[in-house]
Design a protein around this ligand. Structure first.
Ligand code: COA
Length: 325
């Protein structure tokens, strides 16, 4: 059966490290609160690089690892909720910067689940034969969407990018992907866009929107724990796979307590999860590909290993993929 496999990974985070103590100098917070509530110690913050810049750096590493050149790529998908612009898409900007002139390029907006959604689209495109060599990127500059006066959200997010190259495969690779959305719960995690404003607007209509992250933390926490468990169960069912055969789980890196909950609820040792949120905080669509890249490079994932990627996020959205490496 034709499926798709990841043949190379790459990631990039900005150099600037902002610790919890650094944050406590600009807002009413402290290291103890942030660590105990989330497990985060520090995050990377852009010094001017935009989402396409981080994407390009991650993409180049993934291309090197996969041993492909830019002109081999025929599809570029960038998952992001912090694009450089409304248009062109970040994917088109990346295409220009890496000179991948043979590609179709577009963005996917599924917040922290975006990378999984991107892998799902790439997998389907490869299976139908429509595309052969796909670059999937998850990248965010969330620091430009953070309300730096809202301590409840500002401490949780960071900037970064991760990328993979996917190709057709006859045996190894993606064994199954499950994605789901619950749009009725979307208001629990929002980043507003431009408000509706035109010369013909009824002045009485309230269209005011904020263009920074706003979150109902408790509701998202409840959703996240349920969504992660559901997604893992669904993907195991779909692939007829047993949890005890899964070598490594790469979860969305939002909060250590959410991962701990899933670990206990599903009786999965916490060591089976690859966790790096202490260093980078929640980089939304980028957390899974950054963690995947790190796990591959440090030898946590080896050829033949069965792994699960699982995430949740704004939308609200969630999903999981089971991959044989
Ligand atoms: N530093 C210090 N105190 C803070 C703070 C901060 N950065 N942020 C909030 N607080 C305060 C609150 O004001 C509140 O004070 P009060 O009791 O005097 O009103 C107190 O800490 C408790 O806040 P609460 O919201 O009850 O904390 P919590 O235990 O629910 O944890 C989150 C908050 C956000 C860490 C938690 O709800 C969470 O992780 N949710 C999921 C978020 C997530 O994963 N989002 C990304 C999805 S992709």
């Amino acid at each position: 059966m034709i499926t798709s496999e990841i043949i190379g990974t790459g990631s990039y985070v900005p150099e600037k490290i902002v610790s919890n103590d650094d944050l406590s100098k600009i807002m009413d917070t402290n290291d103890e609160w942030i660590q105990s509530r989330s497990g985060i110690s520090e995050r990377r913050v852009s010094q001017g690089e935009d989402t396409s810049d981080l994407s390009v750096k991650a993409a180049i590493k993934a291309m090197e690892a996969a041993n492909v050149v830019a002109t081999d790529i025929d599809l570029i998908i960038v998952a992001t909720v912090t694009p450089d612009m409304y248009t062109p898409s970040t994917a088109c900007i990346v295409q220009k910067k890496i000179e991948a002139y043979n590609a179709t390029a577009f963005d996917v907006s599924a917040a922290c689940s975006g990378f999984l959604y991107g892998v799902s689209i790439a997998n389907s495109m490869i299976k139908t034969g429509q595309h052969k060599t796909v670059l999937v990127i998850g990248a965010e500059v969330l620091s430009k969407a953070i309300n730096w006066e809202d301590r409840a959200t500002a401490v949780l997010f960071g900037d970064g990018a991760g990328a993979v190259i996917m190709k057709a495969s006859e045996n190894r690779g993606v064994k199954g992907i499950y994605t789901m959305s619950e749009g009725d719960k979307g208001e629990n995690l929002e980043i507003g866009a431009k408000e509706v404003k035109n010369p013909f607007l009824d002045e009485k209509v309230d269209n005011s929107k904020y263009n920074y992250i706003a979150m109902n933390g408790r509701e998202v926490f409840k959703f996240a724990t349920k969504a992660m468990v559901t997604a893992v169960e669904k993907i195991l069912l779909e692939t007829k796979e047993d949890l005890c055969n899964i070598k490594c789980i790469i979860p969305h890196q939002a909060n250590y307590r959410i991962i701990q909950y899933v670990s206990k609820k599903m009786d999965i040792p916490i060591e089976h999860f690859y966790i790096n949120l202490d260093k980078y905080a929640n980089t939304s669509a980028a957390t899974i590909p950054i963690a995947l890249d790190e796990a591959v490079r440090v030898g946590r994932i080896k050829k033949g290993d069965k792994i699960i990627l699982v995430g949740f996020g704004g939308g609200l959205t969630y999903g999981a993929a089971l991959i044989e490496w």
